[in-house]
Ligand binder design. Sequence first.
Ligand code: OGA
Ligand code: NI
Length: 336
Amino acid sequence: MARLLSNMCSIQSVVPESYILPLERRPGQQVVPPCETIPVIDLDGDRNDLIQEIMKASQEYGFFQLINHGVSEEQMKNVMVVAKEFFDLPVEEKERFYSEDPNQTCRIKTSIDFAKEKVHFWRDSLRHPCHPLEENIQQWPENPARYREVFGSYSMEVRNLGLQILDLICEGLGLEPGYFEGGLTQSQIMSINHYPPCPDPTLVLGLPKHGDPYTLTLLNQGDVPGLQVLKDEQWLAVKPLPNAFVVNINHMLQIISNGKLKSADHRVVVSSNVARTTIASFISPSVDVLIEPAKSLVSEANPPLYKCFTFGDFIPTYIIDTHEGKDPLECLMIRS
Ligand code: OGA
Ligand code: NI
């Protein structure tokens, strides 16, 4: 349990060796431009304009921020407060959920795969499935006392919002209505990330360069910066906007769209003086779902770029490739 950063960092004055990245992977002193930013989209607009804006952002950046999205300011704030309360709990309370076994549905862990990875990342996370709610909520923490109530209603609202965005993407891609309504969105996972202050943020990362393997991510990043997106070989800082969601296209959506939409790489840098807490909601296929480029998007002139596979088969490859710094989509590509 001593492994959790949220238990030990207050007594840590130097970065433990096992967290120090090799020189070429460190964020270093590099200044990431805060000026150029990912698109900000107002959901309270004309439907056709919205589709165009979402498609453009998803093709160029794979990322956008969403404002006026309908999830109330109070909900956005409440989940953040309760998430921070959870990580502030005494060691024994968090210990009950600590596990390095990926098959345990509701668990708290540190870094990514502590037992297997060569270098650790400066993050703790509490992770659990959210959908269907009634099948999952019994496994969630009961301390803080409001946890289940606050995260239960939040996860349902986020789900509705995610499905609404996918509906717009469906139309933007020209797919048959309801394309994303079945297996491709059957699961939902929440990852509450906590990045404590770090004695030397130039040596570590909160999360390494990665793409999200699911369908769509909706991130409540609170008000502390740290997320960076890779565009044209350049890291861009994603500026926290009050009450906004950071939305990103995931690997499965890149494949279904036959490469039209981009699942962009991103990473997290940490700070020396403030803790950062973020709440990521992943809308995901269930494990047995077949993934392939949508039939209506491929033709002789536009052949499929990716093979057909089940989502469950992809996950082990994704984990290994991400550890080794390889692109997990590479081995799914059809070479002509
Ligand atoms: C993730 C992720 C970003 C953040 O959980 O996959 O990229 O800012 N999180 O916490
Ligand atoms: Ni991510």
